[in-house]
Design a protein around this ligand. Structure first.
Ligand code: GAL
Length: 625
């Protein structure tokens, strides 16, 4: 290598590709003052909505190589119009394990775009209408050289640089598609520094954060902030916090010992001052082991062992944030990547990057045993069908969450299933009164809102042979050994069971707990083990006989879907925001129905309001089946 030129455009991202690893930047002594082989004056940048665009000149006939490990092509110019520097790659790039934003030219130079973002590289295939030397227009009928790919005079690189405007645009796009967001989560870039974190707003991206949060609230959208708790030297609380931090860093940041009240107070005071109006946090990367958190021999000022602190770090953080919201009389609902026994009662959902559909479904069944809430987040899919099935699973979980952090995913990204996705989101919204009641029972009685069917029916097994009935305590051990645990179904609230379809399935086996159950859609009575066929737009859902599933309609009234001959249920409602319910401000809405064969269906609504006016006053009973 002869010379290195560095060009810095705008405000660099706090996390770059080089910084991610070593904290390294380009060594200034290697920078050259000589002439750059690229026409530097022709390097252009542009902001297009939420994307930052970089344009690098390209000469005719130049050949380009690089952009990471490839199993397909060697040259990356021209023929490959679009390459994404992304581990997930897949659809347009093919598999890669090293999405490196560096290419070399046979003209004797290389270009390294120092970004940690998922960047799109258009390698000389995007011709602009204002090109200085546009390729000649050829006639396909006459010119043998005609090609649908035209050689451009630039390589174009773009990546999303989310800021306040991008967030507002995002909301507007959801609105255009008839979808409503309740919570907008801002990922690391909202901070002036992240990995390690400052916990302070990046004022270049969010000029007036409090106003931004207020504007969002005005549109019915709450703001959630991503954080991991490893503190940057440039955080204004760094100095105060340092005496309360452990002996080892994580990702370049100091690790506060949150078992100490002083550490909690410093962090919370700063959060209260800076995060006005914020509704909750996504507490990331507090899971893990000594591979990337602190080593077993790390020391913490409280004197607690490094391993114990690691095991309860996420739980302690949930308690810290919850207590702070509570002290201000506000509820919160957040995300966290590690939990433990002490946090079972706290309003945080666990999430993870593993992205295995089967494992995400198993998590729905197992989470109830330890009292945690598990969220099968939605990120990406390899087909429209998988996209639908992922949304269906998400819609029936503690939080329907689209994690667009890595790829800017949108619910409508597969146009052919957009209406199914919209219906799935609508079903979620319609189920809110039912889910809210299930969460109330969790809070008041400890019954997990999402749980394995075996929790309600300990005799439940996944035996193929259902004719002999469910196993009971008297079954012989051989039969017991033949049984399998049912991990791909889960109960929701007191009357509903989901048996989600995996991508590729058109029918599946469903093991029903004891008694009669009904198909949610048709009301058909079922029992035992059944084979269930299901079109893409439906999620296999079953209702216990006597169950009432209230669905919230768009006009604010309830449609109480009734299954079986008679039943009753009590819905819970309160202000959803504060702790006034603890002072008795809530409403109970008792719904009952009966339809003996010989008489017309009877139904009844009885509201017990305790200083709280419920909106659920108009109920239409709909017998199903
Ligand atoms: C990951 C987390 C993702 C996203 C990302 C941001 O650790 O699991 O959901 O938040 O960090 O850098």
């Amino acid at each position: 290598m002869n010379n290195v030129w560095k060009l810095c455009l705008g405000t660099p991202d706090p996390l770059s590709s080089l910084l991610a690893l070593s904290g390294a930047t380009l060594d200034p002594s290697r920078l050259s003052g000589g002439a750059c082989p690229l026409a530097a004056a022709r390097i252009e940048t542009e902001r297009v909505r939420d994307r930052f665009v970089l344009r690098i000149p390209l000469s005719a006939g130049e050949r380009l190589y690089g952009l990471g490990l490839s199993f397909e092509k060697m040259r990356v110019d021209y023929a490959a119009r679009h390459l994404r520097c992304d581990h997930y790659a897949g659809r347009d790039t093919g598999r890669t394990h090293a999405p490196v934003p560096f290419y070399v030219s046979d003209a004797g130079y290389g270009v390294f775009v120092d970004t940690a973002e998922v960047a799109s590289f258009y390698m000389g295939g995007t011709v602009r209408t204002d090109a200085l030397n546009p390729p000649p227009e050829l006639n396909r009928g006459r010119d043998d050289n005609w090609s649908c790919n035209q050689r451009a005079e630039f390589v174009e690189v773009s990546h999303i640089r989310a800021d306040e405007r991008a967030a507002r645009d995002e909301l507007a796009a959801f609105e255009r598609h008839g979808l409503k967001i309740d919570v907008l989560g801002l990922e690391p870039g909202w901070q002036s520094g992240s990995y390690p974190c400052t916990f302070e707003w990046d004022r270049a991206r969010f000029a007036d954060p409090a106003q931004f949060v207020r504007d969002m609230a005005g549109q019915g959208v709450r703001v959630n902030l991503w954080e991991n708790m490893y503190v940057s030297r440039s955080a204004r609380i760094y100095r105060d916090l340092l005496p309360y931090c452990g002996s080892h860093q994580v990702w370049g940041g100091a690790v506060p010992d949150f078992t100490l009240e002083a550490a909690r107070e410093i962090v919370l005071r700063q959060h209260r001052e800076d995060h006005i109006g914020v509704s909750g946090y996504k507490i990331d990367e507090c899971d893990g082991y000594d591979q990337w958190l602190w080593p077993d021999h790390a020391r913490f000022p409280s004197g607690a062992s490094a391993t114990a602190i690691r095991n309860v770090y996420g739980a302690r953080l949930q308690r810290m944030f919850y207590d702070d919201f509570r002290a201000r009389g506000k509820r919160t609902y957040g995300l966290v990547r590690a939990s433990n026994a002490g946090a079972a009662s706290l309003p945080f959902c666990l999430y993870n990057d593993c992205y295995s559909f089967g494992q995400y479904l198993t998590g729905m069944a197992t989470a109830g045993f330890c009292g945690c809430l598990w969220v099968p987040e939605i990120r990406d899919a390899s087909s429209a069908e998988e996209w639908v099935r992922r949304f269906q699973l998400g819609a029936l979980s503690p939080m329907l969450m689209l994690n667009a952090w890595a790829n800017g995913a949108k619910p409508w990204q597969y146009p052919e299933v957009e209406s199914i996705i919209a219906d799935t989101i609508r079903l979620r919204r319609a189920l809110l009164p039912y889910l809210y009641t299930a969460f109330y029972r969790y809070h008041s009685e400890g019954i997990p809102p999402f749980r394995a069917p075996v929790m309600d029916d300990p005799t439940l097994t996944g035996r193929e042979d259902a004719s002999s009935g469910a196993l009971d305590g008297t079954a012989n051990p051989y039969e017991l050994r033949a049984a399998r645990d049912v991990t791909d179904q889960f109960l929701i609230g007191d009357a509903l069971m989901a048996a989600p379809m995996l991508p590729g399935q058109t029918e599946r086996e469903v093991v029903l707990p004891r008694g009669v159950w009904h198909d949610f859609y048709t009301g058909e009575a079922l029992r035992g083990t059944v084979r269930y066929a299901c079109p893409l737009e439906r999620i296999p859902l079953f209702v216990k006989s006597g169950g009432i599933i209230p669905l919230l309609r768009e006009d604010g009234t309830l449609e109480a879907r009734c299954y079986g001959e008679r039943g009753e249920t009590t819905l819970y409602d309160d202000d959803g925001e504060t702790f006034a319910f603890e002072r008795g401000e809530y409403a109970l809405i008792r719904l009952a129905f009966s339809r003996p064969p010989e008489s017309a269906p009877q139904s009844d609504v009885e509201i017990t309001a305790h200083n709280f006016e419920t909106a659920y006053k108009r109920v239409t009973f709909v017998p199903v089946g």
